[in-house]
Structure formats: C-alpha cells, structure tokens
Write a protein that binds this ligand. Structure first.
Ligand SMILES: Nc1ncnc2c1ncn2[C@@H]1O[C@H](COP(=O)(O)OP(=O)(O)OP(=O)(O)O)[C@@H](O)[C@H]1O
Length: 253
C-alpha cells in the first residue's frame, strides 16, 4: 500500500543551527512511528516541517501523495498536527472550536462527530466552556478532538500525553491505536519511552538532527552487535544509540 507520508532528504536550518539533517523515511497507513531523541535533537522542528508550519530548508515531503510544497492545501487537508502546547481562541467555547475547525476543513456531519469525539475525550458537558476554564489535560483533549474531526490520514503528535492523568493516558493510547486501526498513519514524538515501546510499530531515533536508527525495536536492537544487546530495555538502547551518535565517526542507518 502507498505510504501516507514520504519524507526525502529533509533539512531545517535556523541561521547557523542545522536542526534537521537529511531525514528520509516513510509511514504506511495504519502505522505508528515513534520519533525519539534527546532534547534539541530536532523532533519538534521535524514535526513542524511535516505539518507545513515551518518551511524546510531542503528536501521533499508528500502527504497522501500530495507534495507539501506544490499541493499545499491538499496535503494539509489530509493531516492534523497536535502540538504539545495547543493554543486556542480565548472567546470561542469548546463547541465553537469544533464548529470553527469543521468549517475550515469542510466537515459536514461535524455535530455528530464532534459529540462522539467529546465523549471519547471525556469532555462531554464542557461544550460551553471557554479555554481559560479548562485544565491543561482538558486543553490537550480539546486539541485532539479538533484534530481528529476531519478524519486525517496523517496524524502528527508532539508529546501527546503531556498533562494527562493515568486514565486519560490509557484512553488516549486507545484513541491513537484506533485511528491507526482505521488506516491513519501516525507520527508521535515522546520522551516517554515505555509509551513509545507499547504504541509504536517502528522508531526513528534522531540525535543532532540526524537519523541514528530507524526500524522496529527488534531491528534496532539487532543493529547493536554483541550479546549485551539481548533483552536490553528501550531506555538503555536509547542511551547507547544517542550517546554513540555524539561521538566522532558516527554512522547513519
Ligand atoms: N526558532 C528557532 N530558532 C533557532 N534555533 C531553533 C529554533 N527552534 C529550534 N531551534 C534549535 O534547533 C534544534 C532542534 O530543536 P527542536 O525543538 O526541534 O528539538 P527537540 O528534539 O524537539 O527538543 P526537545 O526534546 O527539547 O523538545 C535545537 O538546537 C534548537 O535550539
């Protein structure tokens, strides 16, 4: 099946900082790709480029077969970007945010979908609340409800579990899995390695803007030679891979 997201040679430069260096990968329908790496590795820059919020310095991105540069509107219609700190309109209620999002994306049956999403996100009863009246976790859930409203083929999430309580985390994991089972492709960045290990089919480990490992956890584990890589935790693998990447003579996958 054709990939939902194709990335080829993505670069992002800010002045003299090379935040993203030549990333190439693709994500298939139904697949959840985990983007992991130390602070400053380039995860948010990558996600913002994929979402069409930041212009890449070089490289090609295609979403559902639409080149993000040439067919920007079609590509953006097919995706949702859920940032770690969502911003809202101060004077629009929860329900009005859904209505506004539905109008932007031309979602006709938005009321039924919106109600179902509020139920799924445990926000039923908050329809008339303004963002200022919502807790941090509730804001995160509203952002996700708005993001899912147009059934995006590609869902990009930056630290999706920030601010959620344990029940919220469990429900969010189920919601993300469900979107993948329904055929969406997901890319999520997180420092929560157990979450990544549990939810993601493949991992892209980046350090210093470069891909240092790409594959399933067993594949990445197998890249580490020697018996000491048997059964090591993702946390230990992460530390080994990203520390090795900062040493001279490192190689890309
Ligand atoms: N607007 C900007 N202007 C200049 N440099 C930036 C800008 N945004 C990010 N950077 C730099 O780009 C690099 C990658 O940052 P980015 O936020 O993408 O990393 P990250 O992997 O998301 O980090 P974290 O895990 O800490 O959120 C860092 O060196 C950062 O200082």
């Amino acid at each position: 099946m054709d990939a939902v997201l194709e990335v080829d040679g993505l670069e992002k430069v800010y002045g003299d900082v090379r935040a993203v260096r030549g990333l190439s990968f693709s994500v298939a329908p139904g697949e959840i790709l985990g983007l992991v790496g130390p602070n400053g590795a380039g995860k948010t820059s990558t996600l913002r480029c994929l979402a069409g919020i930041l212009p890449p310095s070089a490289g090609r991105i295609a979403v559902a077969g639409n080149d993000l540069k040439q067919r920007t509107v079609e590509a953006k219609r097919a995706l949702a970007f859920l940032p770690d700190e969502p911003r809202f309109f101060d004077y629009l209620t929860v329900w009005e945010h859904l209505n506004f999002t539905a109008r932007l994306y031309g979602v006709e049956d938005w009321e039924a979908r919106g109600r179902a999403l509020l139920e799924e996100m445990e926000l039923s009863g908050k329809e008339k609340a303004l963002p200022g009246e919502l807790s941090r976790g509730m804001k995160q859930k509203l952002s996700i409800a708005c993001g899912f409203l147009h059934s995006p083929k590609l869902i990009l999430l930056d630290e999706p579990l920030t601010g959620l309580d344990p029940i919220g985390i469990r429900r969010m994991k189920a919601s993300l899995r469900r979107r993948a089972e329904e055929g969406s492709a997901l890319v999520l960045s997180s420092h929560l390695l157990p979450l990544v290990e549990e939810l993601c089919h493949r991992l892209l480990v980046i350090a210093g803007g470069r891909a240092v490992a790409l594959g399933t956890l067993p594949e990445i584990r197998a890249r580490l030679t020697g018996p000491e890589s048997e059964g090591v935790s993702l946390e230990e693998l992460f530390i080994r891979i990203t520390s090795a990447a900062t040493e001279p003579g490192m190689s890309s996958p």
